[in-house]
Design a binder for this molecule. Structure first.
Ligand code: SF4
Length: 402
């Protein structure tokens, strides 16, 4: 009996709950000459220790040959450990941005601040400006705050345990585990979206996310080896990113296919299941485009304000705006005579969609506004604006060109 025909007949067998009849499946596979890593049951919750070691070994051999070449990594098998500063920075950047975008931004950030000591003495404004476009600006603020703590309380040296790392500002359980495993080779279980997908498929977990998170974490922990745990953590991430992909997983290239229940049951692409998300609400706001002329050069300038440190786009330069967050408009601005424009910006935040209408006014000479900065119109797109405000600037550019 071929593996394929076994898989096909498994699909036709009676099911208990959401899983195929495990005993029959195991029997048929054994008959077909496949050695299973583990005894199939209604719900496999644990793989025997010998088999987990074998699975980790298969993954590590695959990783040694196929690891992605990433600038924050130490090459596998070379006995080197990655620099915790680089691991930390990459993990924070990767939380909201793709690997291809992060690669370039990571190199640029490191060129500006090559070490945690350099980052600690940088100004927050410069760090936020450099972070522009990477989103979730609270993370940049925390990065800066943690660098200062590391420089002042730890002599610039990273703690090498999860607890020590998690005590730093903004370092949550995931990032602490990632740094401890990757930079210090601690046997910590690192569970990101890629790892969740691999584990959900390996164990055919049909509970929907986010409810399944705890279960997936527990299952992932049963697989974490004591040998080369840092490389192992990266191996699972790489497997999820390049082989066990959300759509069309490349199971035939997968080093752990023999142990994968979802592959056997032909349900890989349906996992992990996700609970339907509630529709995001739409908020409406108004942004204020106030133009004037520089007193010395006569060049066109536009008013930006630095947003309060806490809250959405905290600490970032932005056009003054109201209606979509808790912010208020400075009185000096609200009293001006504003005219409507056709410019509208649409942007999606984690919890809501935003529709921002832009109104415009002009003044002969710039006025002083609290936290205000008059920036040359030609420099606006290089001023470190968050993506929402860059969209607004581009939109106004088009509106004025019409
Ligand atoms: S066999 Fe397929 S579904 Fe299973 S872990 Fe490998 S790539 Fe993912």
């Amino acid at each position: 009996m071929s593996f394929r025909s076994v898989s096909a007949s498994v699909r036709a067998w009676p099911r208990r709950g959401s899983h195929a009849d495990g005993a029959s499946l195991a029997l048929a596979l054994e008959e077909a000459g496949f050695s299973l890593f583990f005894a199939m049951d209604h719900r496999v919750s644990k793989i025997p220790k010998t088999a987990t070691a074998e699975l980790a070994g298969d993954l590590l051999r695959w990783y040694d040959a196929h690891a992605r070449d990433l600038p924050w990594r130490a090459p596998p098998g070379a006995g080197e450990r990655a620099d915790p500063y680089r691991v930390w920075l990459s993990e924070v950047m990767l939380q909201q941005t793709t690997v291809s975008t992060v690669k370039a931004r990571f190199e640029r950030f490191l060129a500006l601040w090559p070490s945690v000591a350099d980052l600690a003495v940088a100004s927050l404004e410069d760090v936020l400006k450099e972070w522009a476009g990477l989103g979730y600006y609270a993370r940049a603020r925390n990065l800066h705050a943690a660098a200062r703590v590391l420089a002042t309380a730890h002599g610039g040296v990273f703690p090498d345990t999860v607890d020590g790392l998690a005590a730093l500002p903004g370092v949550g359980p995931y990032t602490a585990a990632a740094i401890a495993a990757i930079a210090f080779d601690r046997p910590e279980t690192v569970v990101d979206g890629n790892v969740e997908r691999v584990v959900a498929r390996l164990f055919a977990v049909t509970t929907s996310l986010p409810q399944a998170k705890g279960e997936l974490r527990r299952l992932a922990a049963t697989l974490t080896p004591t040998q080369r745990p840092g490389d192992y953590a990266q191996a699972v991430m790489d497997l999820g990113a390049t082989v066990c992909t959300p759509r069309a997983p490349k199971c035939l290239l997968c080093p752990i296919r023999r142990a994968c229940q979802a592959y056997v049951m032909n349900i890989a692409e349906t996992l992990p299941r996700k609970a339907e998300k509630a529709a995001k609400p739409v908020r409406a706001g108004v942004a204020y485009w106030l133009e004037s002329a520089d007193a010395t050069t006569g060049a066109a300038v536009v008013l930006l304000v630095r947003r309060p440190a806490q809250g959405l786009l905290g600490g970032m330069l932005a056009l003054p705006s109201v209606g979509w967050d808790d912010g208020a408009l400075p009185a000096k601005i609200s009293q001006l005579k504003w005219r409507a424009t056709d410019a509208v910006v649409r942007h999606t935040f984690t919890h809501f969609h935003l529709e921002l209408k832009i109104v415009a006014a002009s003044l002969k000479t710039p006025i002083t506004v609290k936290d205000g900065h008059w920036i040359a119109k030609t420099d606006l797109l290089d001023a470190g604006l968050p993506t929402l405000m860059k969209k607004a600037v581009r939109e106004m550019g088009e509106f004025m060109a019409e």
